[in-house]
Every structure is written in C-alpha cells, then in structure tokens.
Design a binder for this molecule. Structure first.
Ligand SMILES: NC(=O)c1ccc[n+]([C@@H]2O[C@H](COP(=O)([O-])OP(=O)(O)OC[C@H]3O[C@@H](n4cnc5c(N)ncnc54)[C@H](O)[C@@H]3O)[C@@H](O)[C@H]2O)c1
Ligand SMILES: O=c1ccn([C@@H]2O[C@H](COP(=O)(O)OP(=O)(O)O[C@H]3O[C@H](CO)[C@@H](O)[C@H](O)[C@H]3O)[C@@H](O)[C@H]2O)c(=O)[nH]1
Length: 355
C-alpha cells in the first residue's frame, strides 16, 4: 500500500467509519483504522475487507483494495500508540470519527464525554503536527445549529449554544480546529456537519449496531420491523410541521461516506478550513420514515404517539449547495432506498455483529 495515499481513520470500525473505509478503498486510498472498539466490533473491519474484495472482482475497486486496510485496536487518547502508527505508516490525512455520540448519555456522563471527545482530538492533532501531517476531516453535526431560526440551514447560519455535553464537544472541536488553522495556515481542515445518517451498505453486511434500546429513530424502527420492539414511539405529533411530527434531513450513510472522500480530494489542491453541511436538503417527518420503512419491510409498522422528547427541534434540514459547489459532492439516495438498505442490514443481522 506504499504508493497509495494512506488515510488514518479514527473510529473506522463504527457505523459511519466502516462505510467510509469502503469508499476510500474503492477510490484507491490506503486505510489505517484506529478504533478501541468501545462502540463497535472488529467484524465490521473484516466485512469491509470482504466487501471491497468482491468489488475488486467486479472491477469496482483496485485489485489490492482488500489488502490496503490495516486495523489497530487502540485508543486515540493513547499518544504513544498513535506515534507508533505514524512511525509504521506514511499518513497523508486523517478522518476523525472516534468519539462518544449518545446525546442523553452525555448529560449523565459529561466528564467522560468531554475527556474522550476533546482530549482525543487534542492528542491526535498534536501527533499530526509533530509528524507534519496537517490534513484532517472532522465529524461535526448539525447539532451546532441548535434551534434553527429558519430552514434550510446553510453554513452561514449562526452556531447556537449546545443543549447537551455531546453537542458542546462538536461545537468546541470546531472552534479548536478553526483556531489551529488560524495559527498555522498549512493545515487543511474540513468540518463536516452531518444531518441524520441512516441506511446501510447495499450488501447488508455492515450497518448501525446500537447497544441496548436505540435512541435514534431509524434503528428503533428497524427493531420494531424485526419484532424486537412492539411499536414505533413517535415523540410528539403537535409540532408546527405538515403532519405534526418532527422533520429531519435523513442522509444515506453511503452518500455521507462519499462526502468524506470528496473532502479529502479537495485537500489535494486547497488550503485552509471549510465548514460543509452533509445533507440531502429534503426534510422527512417521523411518519414519512415509518411509512418508507413499512414499504421496505412489507408490513405496516405500528406507531405509539408519545409526548415530545426534551431538547428536540421541530424541523431541521440542510441547504446542501455548498457541498456541491466546494466539494463537488451531492447526495444521491432517497428515503425509500435508505430504509430498504437499513432493513436489509437489520433482517440479515438481527443481532447486529453479535453471534
Ligand atoms: N450517527 C450520527 O447520527 C451522527 C451525527 C452527527 C455526527 N456524528 C459523529 O460521527 C462520528 C461517527 O459516528 P458513528 O455514528 O459512526 O458512531 P460510532 O459509535 O458507530 O463510531 C465511533 C467509533 O469510535 C470509536 N471510539 C470512540 N472513542 C474512541 C477512542 N477514544 N479511541 C478510539 N476509538 C474510539 C468507537 O468504538 C466507534 O467504533 C462521531 O464523531 C459522531 O459524533 C454522528
Ligand atoms: O424513538 C424515537 C426516536 C426519535 N424520534 C424522532 O425522530 C426524529 C429524529 O430523531 P433522532 O433519530 O434521535 O435524531 P436527532 O434527534 O435529529 O439527532 C441526530 O442528528 C443530530 C444532527 O442533526 C446529531 O447531532 C445527533 O447526534 C443525532 O442523534 C426526531 O424528530 C425525534 O423526536 C421519535 O419519534 N421516536
């Protein structure tokens, strides 16, 4: 893999990370995954290898793609481990997914969230600086926009105070990386603000594998569809939206993954810091999602209307034009495709990566 550009993917065994590894390998990059498996399984990396091996046989990936990914079970907080990895590989750039991501849990465990998400980013950037690697793509979130004044949300919309420690970590890391680029313009930084990633790889081999009862809508709906949960809890049907339920910009995880490849490609001839939304620009309600998933799994899924969930906004969707203008990237897949792929993953792996 020496002549390839190698990308260090922190959190590469996770939901978005594993899908991004596939797109990177197919695009001809070498991939070095660092993940402590605190919220994932090494099986995801094994399956990435087999997916790209199949793609290579079909001429859709370089012949050596499956051999171009290496995995390290390490914590990004462990500076010595990162230094060993930088010693072993010539790293062109980093995609930094590693972090804790559960909004509710972050309220219960603020120290753990601030420590893991902030300190791991500081350690990572310090090692990158030491090794002269100054290309980084960071997983931020539309959560930094808070309660929107208006939709769609463009990158120029103001950042609002976060409502939970998880959101603050995204807010603060964006600021830290922006300060870094002011101090040293040699850094190339893309802050990707994801809207709501769902779906799974079309093979059905990798997908989202939440521990316990899912917090997020689509994993919850998927468990209703497979019969593990009785009905979809709908958090509020009295919002000021077309059907009264919350509206979000759901984006297929494969589209999202391709956005990261586009961000890395951008760095080849540009410098500085860019903030870019990754969304489709289309809002869908909770009931739209339930209807699409019902079509995907072939039965009407039951719903149970409940009170609003604290902290939720009524409506949130992206203005995705900057991603197209700056990165040349645009989402392709619609909600039906997202739900069909989520359902394939869920039905082929009822217990996720567990046996
Ligand atoms: N999924 C979403 O809805 C969403 C939305 C916006 C932003 N994001 C961000 O995108 C990133 C990836 O999200 P995801 O949905 O794939 O989550 P995920 O939990 O599936 O992936 C994160 C991965 O990081 C690993 N990890 C955590 N801390 C680590 C550490 N200190 N060292 C090494 N590995 C560590 C976990 O084991 C996991 O594999 C996260 O930063 C998340 O906050 C996700
Ligand atoms: O069981 C459920 C779960 C969710 N919802 C609703 O479904 C919508 C989507 O909720 P969810 O899937 O939890 O996503 P968000 O609350 O929009 O948050 C996601 O998207 C944000 C970016 O927009 C990220 O910052 C967060 O980490 C990520 O969880 C909202 O209207 C919820 O009220 C339900 O009705 N029932």
């Amino acid at each position: 893999m020496s002549e390839k550009k190698n990308i260090l993917v922190t959190g590469g065994a996770g939901f978005i990370g594993s899908h991004t590894c596939i797109e990177l390998l197919q695009a001809g990059y070498g991939v070095v995954v660092v993940d402590d498996l605190s919220n994932s399984s090494e099986k995801a990396v094994d399956r990435v290898r087999s997916i790209v091996a199949d793609a290579a046989k079909e001429g859709k990936a370089p012949a050596d793609a499956a051999e171009s990914i290496v995995f390290y079970k390490e914590n990004v907080l462990d500076r010595a481990a990162l230094e060993r990895i930088f010693d072993a590989h010539d790293i062109y750039g980093v995609i930094h997914f590693a972090g804790y991501k559960a909004v509710g849990e972050s309220v219960e465990k603020p120290l753990e969230y601030y420590h893991n998400n902030l300190v791991n980013t500081l350690v990572l950037c310090d090692v990158m600086r030491e090794r002269g690697c100054k290309n980084i793509v960071f997983s931020s979130s539309a959560t930094v926009y808070g309660e929107p004044d208006s939709v769609p949300l463009s990158e120029s919309a103001p950042k609002k105070p976060a409502t939970n420690p998880y959101g603050w970590t995204k807010w603060m890391i964006e600021q830290i990386l922006t300060d870094l680029s002011v101090a040293d313009p040699a850094w190339n930084i893309v802050l990707l603000r994801y809207f709501n990633p769902i779906g799974a790889h079309e093979s059905g081999l990798i997908g989202e594998d939440p521990k316990g009862i899912p917090n997020n809508l689509v994993p919850y709906v998927a468990q209703v569809a497979i019969g593990k949960l009785p009905a979809v809890r709908v958090f509020g049907n009295d919002y000021d939206t077309p059907d009264g339920t919350g509206v979000r910009d759901y984006i297929h995880v494969v589209d999202l993954a391709r956005g990261h490849v586009a961000a890395l490609n951008w760095m080849a001839d540009k410098h500085g810091v860019e903030v870019v939304n990754l969304g489709t620009g289309k809002g869908s309600s909770v009931l739209d999602v339930v209807a699409a998933f019902s079509r995907a799994c072939g039965r009407e899924l039951p719903v149970d209307i409940q009170p609003r969930r604290a902290g939720d906004v009524a409506e949130n969707y992206a203005d995705p034009r900057k991603a197209e203008e700056v990165l040349g990237w645009k989402a392709e897949y619609d909600l039906d495709r997202m739900c069909a792929d989520s359902w394939r993953w869920q039905s082929m792996n009822p217990n996720g990566y567990a046996e």
